[in-house]
Ligand binder design. Structure first.
Ligand SMILES: Nc1ncnc2c1ncn2[C@@H]1O[C@H](COP(=O)(O)OP(=O)(O)OP(=O)(O)O)[C@@H](O)[C@H]1O
Length: 242
């Protein structure tokens, strides 16, 4: 297993956002994480990537306990993520956004114009793969929303993650770009990277994922192939809220 959570729990005030979640993500798959609004998917991502600390439970990555690690350390260990609302530096160039992704602690150097050649090469490689290399010198705020999403995705790969968590990659994106992102994820998966994708666009989930985990009230209630979870009455119940 590349990622395992054991009894992961987080309460906000009276709300149990994540409630004793036991999740096991096998290496090599594109995994979908779906569930009704408020079922705890984003909180689960935030717990796994160290943005928030659990009240109880553990997170294991490649068998190592990473509970309570800082987001930076977790990213460094090979677990990358994107955010529901794209996170980039709007007034920085596309290329510099790529470089800060791996050198957050050396931001000052970057602003002073010092760039490591190997990192620039790597940044260009990923920008090319996402199809936005021609925008290298543009300020990120001038990119379309879809292009900004591709930039965020490219930046995640600067950390060379083996496991990538994507939070709503199709959100606010046009159908052509959804297809392109799906194809990219499939290609990157074929090259050995594992994905865990929170997504409300069911067509995308069904086309892109090998395995789907369904959350309801802070914990998984069903998992299996996209076809199997679609046919599971518990999943329908969760979505209908009965
Ligand atoms: N920082 C917070 N403070 C208070 N309550 C929160 C906080 N974050 C999440 N919650 C609550 O925890 C529950 C789970 O929210 P979460 O955003 O994880 O669900 P989700 O499955 O990602 O939802 P969506 O699909 O709508 O994005 C919700 O009831 C939400 O209101």
């Amino acid at each position: 297993m590349t990622l395992t959570t054991e009894g992961l729990t987080k309460t906000f005030g009276g709300v149990r956002a994540v409630s004793g979640a036991n999740v096991a993500i096998k290496e090599g798959r594109v995994n979908g994480l779906i569930g009704p609004n408020g079922s705890g998917k984003t909180t689960f991502f935030n717990l796994v990537t160290g943005l928030i600390r659990p009240d109880s439970g553990r997170v294991l990555h490649q068998g190592r306990d990473i509970t309570g690690w800082s987001p930076h350390r977790i990213a460094h260990a090979g677990l990358g993520r994107t955010f529901q609302l794209c996170r980039i530096f709007p007034r920085m160039s596309v290329l510099d956004n790529m470089l800060v992704a791996v050198r957050r602690t050396r931001l000052r150097e970057l602003l002073a114009g010092t760039r490591a050649t190997a990192e620039v090469e790597r940044a260009r490689h990923w920008l090319h793969r996402m199809g936005i290399d021609h925008l290298e010198t543009a300020e990120a705020r001038h990119l379309s929303y879809g292009q900004q999403k591709l930039l965020e995705l490219a930046a995640v790969f600067m950390g060379d993650p083996g496991l990538v968590l994507l939070d709503e990659p199709a959100g606010g994106v046009n159908p052509a770009l959804i297809d392109r992102i799906s194809a990219l994820v499939r290609d990157l998966n074929a090259e050995g990277r594992t994905f865990l994708v929170v997504e409300h666009n069911m067509d995308m989930v069904m086309n892109m994922c090998d395995h789907v985990i369904v959350f309801d009230r802070g914990a998984p209630i069903s998992e299996g192939t996209p076809q199997a979870v679609q046919a599971d009455p518990r999943v329908l119940e969760a979505y209908l809220g009965v």
